[in-house]
Ligand binder design. Structure first.
Ligand code: ADP
Length: 644
């Protein structure tokens, strides 16, 4: 371990931040708050915590990341640089995973986890320094932390805060902290040549793969980094390149396609950092993660589709949806920069130049476009009663705040006076949205906790049930129906439940793999689900008594009714034209073809997810009884009759 650390020290010394460390530390140590700006890869996230620890062995440092991948990968790297076992002096805490101990002095954690610690200890008293990394990403959670820390540095004399950002929008942060100093770590950046497509791409996977193959034969060395919107496109591209890699001319480097996205297992994620053989070339297909969160050395070429997935609040539906949207120009600049870290590079934007000029200059912060229910519940839990008076770096709109408060009230997390209830306190402890937290707690009170945990665990991963290819779609659906007859009656939630139970009952790993293959289930995601269900149970045990619960009792009417109480906004009634109309608002919605309920005529449905492609679709659908709706939300049905 020490040998590796010594070897890595040589690499560390070449980082820009290492060279200016004395000056940097002088500033950081003599100010309560510092804003630190530096190019991606200049060494901020890995080095600053180590410099601090060298300056005083008593330091306890928390460093936050918007993404779990980054927290895990950084902790792993820094434990190697420091020369300790992961989880000892250097560790991490992310949702559903903890690798830290009382001896941990540098802890990487997601911003959500630091907020959870803050709810239990309002002063964050165990930390001497809190570093907010990737602040430019402006997630809702980062914004909340900024507000809390602003109050906390006034309250605590012995707390130091460093806000780090990869972009130059430092003024806003510095002004927020009453004009604190801004430090700049100059990064080396080589020129990057830009190219555009003459016309827009029709099929993005096709265009990407063709461009990669072309690039591979025209440029002899250097790795390729491709930015795509999400896991689905990434997996498709990896498959295509795997298929063609050894068929192309032997004179060109052998392409090694590697996926990179948040739900990938840590081992697979680490693969992007490993060097390949001299005649090979890494082709990394990544989501936004590689934009600033992770720095991968060796990249000389960037292919940018100009797309990413973002959570967007749909006021007319009252929920957040994941939408594929164009990135901003500042994101495109960041992505381009990844090609010029070590030598001059090239960036191919897979869109016409005129489209690029039309992109928004900056990405809108999440707090201005997402549901803030979860955020407000955290504030209430942390004792902030007047959410309007919280020091927001940018305040959500009045409409967003009041709709979130109403939602929390409907979930009984807040009482008539807007005070947090006992149920609300419990909900805030569970690391899922308030809706799902309510579902878990009700499940527990109704004696069916494990059943509900199993389903919620499935809903916590992306792409568990894949869309089968067109040629095998009928066959897959037939198998799903045969294996899980209960899903014909109770819908997709019953399918998820049956899937977990069946998978766990199989002891042979070959059987498990075969099952996943036959019914188009993403086995990686399913393995994740099994971990998450353990974790969820652990969290739930902290707030509820699970001893009276019977694991084997699966009465789907009870279970679906429990979900309905949390998802009352996600309901729709069947109308004559085979369409459904949302109960709240009367908008048109169709059942997604991936659902067991597709093509069926049902009086009323509940759905967990809303997706918009060519039209609005309900995904993960279960039939519900009109009588339940009447019981849980009589006012909704009343409205509908008036509208009619
Ligand atoms: P910044 O925070 O300024 O973006 P980092 O501290 O994350 O920079 O990265 C500094 C260097 O450490 C980069 O050159 C990167 O390649 C390397 N590095 C970071 N994480 C890992 C990892 N998990 N494995 C290998 N190298 C890493």
């Amino acid at each position: 371990r020490k040998k590796l650390a010594l070897k890595l020290l040589e690499t560390r010394k070449t980082l820009q931040i290492y060279k200016s460390r004395h000056e940097l530390m002088e500033h950081v140590l003599s100010n309560k708050v510092t804003v630190l700006i530096g190019e991606t890869g200049s060494g901020k996230s890995t080095q600053l915590p180590q410099f601090l620890l060298e300056s005083s062995p008593d330091e306890k440092i928390a460093i936050t990341q918007p993404r779990r991948v980054a927290a895990i990968s950084l902790a792993k790297r820094v434990s190697e640089e420091y020369g300790c076992t992961l989880g000892k002096e250097v560790g991490y805490t992310v949702r559903f995973q903890n690798q830290s101990s009382p001896s941990t002095k540098i802890k990487y954690l997601t911003d959500g986890m630091l907020l959870r610690e803050l709810m239990l200890d309002n002063d964050l008293s165990k930390y001497s320094t809190v570093i907010l990394d990737e602040a430019h990403e402006r997630t809702v959670l980062t914004d909340l932390l900024l507000g809390f820390l602003k109050n906390l540095v006034q309250k605590r004399d012995n707390l130091r805060v460093v806000v780090m950002s990869a972009t130059l929008d430092a003024e806003r942060f510095a002004n927020f902290f009453d004009g604190c100093p801004i430090l700049l770590v100059e990064g080396k950046q080589y020129p990057v040549e830009r190219f555009y497509l003459p016309t827009g791409a029709d099929d993005i996977v096709d265009t990407v793969c063709q461009s990669v193959v072309q690039l591979n034969s025209s440029e002899l060395s250097g790795d390729i980094l491709v930015f795509l919107a999400g896991q689905e496109e990434i997996d498709k591209c990896v498959d295509v390149i795997n298929e063609v890699a050894d068929k192309v001319s032997k004179k060109v480097p052998l392409m090694v396609p590697l996926p990179l996205y948040a739900s990938l297992s840590p081992i697979k994620q680490q693969a992007v950092f490993k060097p390949v053989k001299p005649n090979q070339r890494k082709v990394i297909f990544s989501t936004n993660i590689a934009e600033t969160s992770l720095t991968i050395s060796g990249v000389r070429y960037v292919l940018d589709t100009g797309l990413r997935k973002v959570k967007v609040w749909k006021p007319e539906l009252g929920l957040d949806t994941l939408l594929t949207t164009p990135i901003s120009q500042s994101s495109a600049q960041q992505r381009m920069g990844r090609a010029g870290r070590e030598a001059p590079g090239k960036c191919f934007r897979l869109l016409p130049e005129s489209d690029y000029s039309n992109l928004a200059p900056q990405t809108e912060p999440e707090i201005l476009r997402c549901d803030v229910a979860s955020a407000l519940l955290m504030l209430k839990k942390a004792g902030v009663d007047k959410v309007h008076r919280f020091p927001w770096i940018q305040k959500p709109s009045k409409q967003a705040i009041s709709s979130a408060l109403l939602k929390l009230y409907a979930l009984k997390a807040l009482d008539d006076n807007g005070k947090i209830t006992d149920l609300g306190h419990k909900m805030a402890v569970l690391p899922v949205t308030p809706h799902l937290a309510g579902v878990l707690i009700h499940g527990c009170q109704s004696g069916v906790a494990q059943n509900v945990i199993d389903i919620v665990a499935c809903l916590s991963v992306e792409n568990l049930l894949m869309n089968p290819h067109a040629e095998v779609r009928d066959e897959v659906n037939e198998k799903r129906r045969n294996l899980f007859p209960q899903a014909l009656k109770h819908g997709d939630l019953a399918l998820l439940h049956g899937l977990i139970r069946m998978y766990m009952s199989m002891k042979d790993s070959k059987d498990r793999t075969l099952l996943c293959k036959e019914i188009a289930v993403n086995q990686k995601s399913l393995k994740n689900v099994l971990q998450i269900r353990q974790q969820l149970r652990g969290y739930l045990e902290k707030v509820c008594d699970l001893s009276e619960n019977d694991d084997d009792k699966a009465d789907f009417s009870t279970i679906i009714k429990i979900f309905l109480a949390g998802f009352i906004n996600n309901t729709a009634l069947g109308s004559s034209d085979r369409q459904y109309r949302t109960v709240n608002g009367g908008h048109k919605i169709a059942i997604h073809p991936s659902s067991m309920m597709f093509g069926k005529k049902i009086d009323a449905i509940m759905y967990v997810e809303y997706v918009f492609t060519t039209k609005g679709y309900a995904r993960t659908v279960s039939p519900i009884d009109l009588a339940w709706l009447q019981e849980i939300a009589p006012h909704f049905l009343g409205n509908r009759q008036r509208d009619d």
